[in-house]
Design a protein around this ligand. Structure first.
Ligand code: SAH
Length: 395
């Protein structure tokens, strides 16, 4: 096996079991490993430390597969890691029955660069690192070994693949082509998921518990669901007794899917309004029209992609939160989120606090929210906790 020697002192993060090695930590590379090949990391004093996947084009030049240098990284290794991830997601961790959850969550499940989402009897995979790409075939075989899925579909159409020297890639990996959307059932709510052309893997599974929580608070309220996508929150809110929901999203395709999903749940077409618009603009318009709501969801896309976007992103989060808080009736509830990994909890709380001040309102924080347990966080890899949220009450 080819070896990569670290600079003196650079073994610290590895000893702390952080799974990424950056180019700046490398002293020298023995031989010429190919992209995705398994390499052994060695300290400057010659001590073997870990096994990982080499990614020559990425700033993260190695992602760790194992801290046990005796482990054999082979198809069986992937089979075992995937089996562990599947076992974790059984009862009692997830409500039973559920047929939609994140089955493999990358670093957090010891499989850097691999995401597998389950939707009914289909799977959607993202391969985002050179190592995951290298082992794609054995990974697909391991997944097929769990059960005879109708379809395993690849949605590696994210720009981050370019950092790994990989092209975007989508299409069927196993089974039969998904000709129509898959219908999933989550906490008694039904939803159509378009595996081939939905956003990301088709549906945002990470918000399951937060949708249930918000739904439980919605009885009798007029609600506003900003960045609604396919209606996940609105279904929960209306089923929870909300008298009317306004969904805002800039994507016509998302709203069309939301419309279908709301009707699929037996909700009446006059219980909701779909607004195709930019959220900040729509919020300003609602303000100018003197509208107000009893409960508002703010679940925007990632505003911060890299460290140097933190300030700009923070201003964007503050703007929508300020506008939303202004639109809340006295005693109204806000569920506000950030899925930017670079946003720290403390900064998010400060942004929301500043937004409340600018809105001229008091805001009580009732809960700190995050992703569901099918998106676990490895204690040595806090970066895995990307979703932050607050539930607040405005006076
Ligand atoms: N709340 C959703 C997930 C939101 S994902 C759920 O529960 O499933 C973010 C959504 O924001 C996407 O649907 C995207 O189309 C939409 N979006 C992105 N930029 C937007 C903008 N400026 N205004 C309105 N919607 C936007």
């Amino acid at each position: 096996m080819k070896k990569i020697f670290l600079k003196p002192g650079r073994e610290k993060s590895l000893i702390r079991r952080h799974p990424w090695i950056f180019t700046g930590s490398i002293d020298r590379i023995e031989g010429k490993p190919e992209s995705g090949e398994t390499v052994m990391l060695v300290s400057s004093s010659g001590q073997p430390l870990a096994l990982g996947a080499y990614s020559p084009q990425s700033q993260i030049i190695v992602r760790i597969w194992s801290w046990d240098v005796e482990e054999v990284i082979s198809p069986d290794f992937f089979k075992a890691r995937i089996a562990r991830a599947v076992a974790l997601r059984k009862k009692p961790l997830l409500p039973d029955p559920t047929d939609a959850y994140r089955m493999v969550f990358s670093e957090s499940d010891g499989l850097p660069g691999l995401i597998v989402d389950r939707f009914g009897s289909s799977l959607v995979c993202q391969f985002s690192s050179a190592g995951a790409e290298f082992w794609k075939q054995p990974i697909v075989e391991a997944l097929m070994g769990i059960m005879n899925w109708d379809c395993i579909y690849e949605r590696s159409d994210m720009s981050s693949r370019r950092h790994e020297g990989l092209e975007e890639s989508t299409g069927l990996l196993a089974g039969i082509e998904p000709v129509k959307p898959v219908v999933i059932t989550k906490s008694g709510r039904q939803l159509e998921v378009d595996l081939a052309s939905g956003q990301k893997t088709g549906y945002y599974l990470d918000q399951r518990d937060n949708r249930t929580l918000a739904g439980g608070q919605a009885d009798g309220l007029e609600v506003l669901d900003c960045y609604s996508y396919s209606g996940g929150f609105s279904i929960a809110l209306l089923k929870g007794g909300a008298i009317h929901a306004t969904l805002v999203d800039s994507s016509a395709q998302a709203l069309e899917q939301a419309n279908k999903n709301l009707l699929l749940n037996g909700l009446s077409a006059d219980a909701f309004t779909l607004v195709e618009a930019d959220v900040p603009k729509a919020l300003r318009r609602f303000r100018d029209e003197g509208r107000s709501f009893g409960l508002i969801i703010l679940d925007p896309p990632k505003f911060i992609e890299s460290r140097n976007q933190i300030d700009k992103g923070a201003r964007a989060y503050k703007d929508i939160n300020m506008l939303a808080i202004k639109l809340l009736k006295p005693g109204g509830l806000l569920f506000t989120f950030s899925c930017s990994g670079h946003m720290e909890d403390s900064l998010f709380q400060k942004i929301v606090a500043d937004a409340a001040v600018d809105a001229g309102r008091d805001l009580q924080i009732l809960r700190w929210l995050s992703q569901g347990p099918d998106h676990p966080v490895l204690s040595s890899f806090p970066e895995g906790r990307y979703l932050k949220g607050l539930m607040g009450k405005a006076y």
